[in-house]
Design a protein around this ligand. Structure first.
Ligand code: SAH
Length: 351
């Protein structure tokens, strides 16, 4: 039987385990605090636990404890990119971004991804596996400890499709926003999806206050299919209906992400069609100048094209921001740190 990961157990589950081990009720509370408030790496770090229990926990359970393989720190804006190794040897990446309103962490939700978006580096090797709740939490815990900065905001926009790892994602969000954990407000949590329609409807029923970001990236079904294979499964209007439903059920304004790809989705016609598509919706558009990856020949839209795109959308009464490129001096965004690490190590293995 697979060993349970202590860091992935919520409070109720930890209580059950302690009961099973014949431990007193307060042990579960102590341990939960150690893991999720005091950010202990493993039971061995839990000062007030009896040695016999620490030994038993170490022998009979797993405990996520990410190993930091690499950290790149930007000299210009303090952005930090982290590469972590999991117990099974896989690597994932996470980012810390410092803003005036607080510190935001971007985490990965899967090892690799099977969604196949054409411009994205994280999907090139396909999906390896889902991350457990403890592995999502530990990215934030390790970053908070390493940087000494309190993390106040979270975006699930790293490698992986969070709604393709739905149960683990929900448990993770509940544990992260729990008052007995880091207690990050759900209003400060954003989950980005390529548009898995049934899961978007499910999410609307979960009574969460999180923001849903939809990767739209195109102004028509035809163009979306060219960039995002998921569009073959869920048609653009179905996805937008799911967004409308999310707003109706939760009252949370939708964010649309639109990566501008030079000559592909950045024309005046695109602006016009896009504004028609989302007319009347309570939303916000985040324009992302595409980060070119060497495996594909997509290029960034020119700066004046990006600015023009923004101005024209604003004229239609739409809220727009252009995503600031953080950590420019430490190179490659969107899964490219992990990708370059894997390419390097593959090369070494073959020699
Ligand atoms: N799977 C989720 C979250 C992961 S990526 C999703 O699809 O939303 C977070 C955002 O970055 C998505 O909008 C994604 O489309 C975008 N993205 C990925 N690679 C990119 C690149 N090279 N340039 C610009 N945006 C990219």
């Amino acid at each position: 039987m697979e060993r349970k990961d202590l860091k992935s157990l919520d409070y109720g589950e930890l209580q059950q385990e302690m009961e099973r081990l014949g431990q007193k009720g307060f042990r579960a509370k102590q341990m939960y605090q150690w893991f999720h408030e005091k950010l202990a790496d493993t039971p061995r770090d839990m000062g007030n636990l009896p040695q016999s229990l620490k030994n038993q926990l170490t022998e009979e359970y797993d405990c996520t404890n990410l190993e930091m393989v690499d950290v790149l720190i930007s000299k210009t804006d303090g952005t930090r990119k982290y590469l972590f190794r999991l117990e099974d040897g896989n690597v994932i990446e996470s980012v810390l971004m410092k803003y005036k309103h607080g510190n935001s962490v971007c985490i990965s939700s899967q090892v690799g991804c099977r969604m196949g978006c054409r411009f994205c580096a994280s999907t090139l090797g396909g999906l390896t596996r889902n991350l457990r709740p403890g592995e999502m939490l530990d990215q934030i815990y390790k970053i908070q400890k390493h940087s000494g900065e309190r993390v106040s905001n979270l975006v699930v926009m790293g490698t992986g499709e969070p709604l393709d790892n739905y149960e683990n994602l929900l448990k993770f969000i509940r544990m992260l926003s729990d008052e007995h954990g880091l207690h990050i407000s759900q209003r400060n949590i954003t989950v980005s999806t390529c548009g898995i329609v049934p899961r978007m409807y499910d999410l609307a029923e979960e009574k969460l206050q999180i923001t849903l970001a939809l990767s739209l990236h195109a102004s028509s079904q035809e163009k979306r299919k060219e960039l995002m294979p998921i569009a073959y499964k869920y048609e653009i209007h179905e996805v937008l209906d799911a967004c409308r439903n999310y707003f109706e059920k939760t009252g949370r304004r939708i964010t649309f992400e639109y990566s501008l790809v030079g000559g592909v989705n950045d024309s005046d016609r695109d602006v016009q069609r896009l504004s028609e598509l989302i007319r009347g919706m309570n939303c916000h558009i985040n324009l992302i100048p595409v980060n070119p990856i060497k495996e594909r020949n997509y290029v960034q839209s020119e700066r004046r094209v990006v600015d023009n795109f923004k101005t024209k959308l604003e004229k239609c009464g739409i809220n727009v921001t252009i995503r600031r490129e953080m950590g420019r001096d430490i190179g490659g965004a969107c899964g490219q740190l992990r990708k370059s690490y894997m390419d390097r190590n593959k090369g070494e293995g073959q020699e």
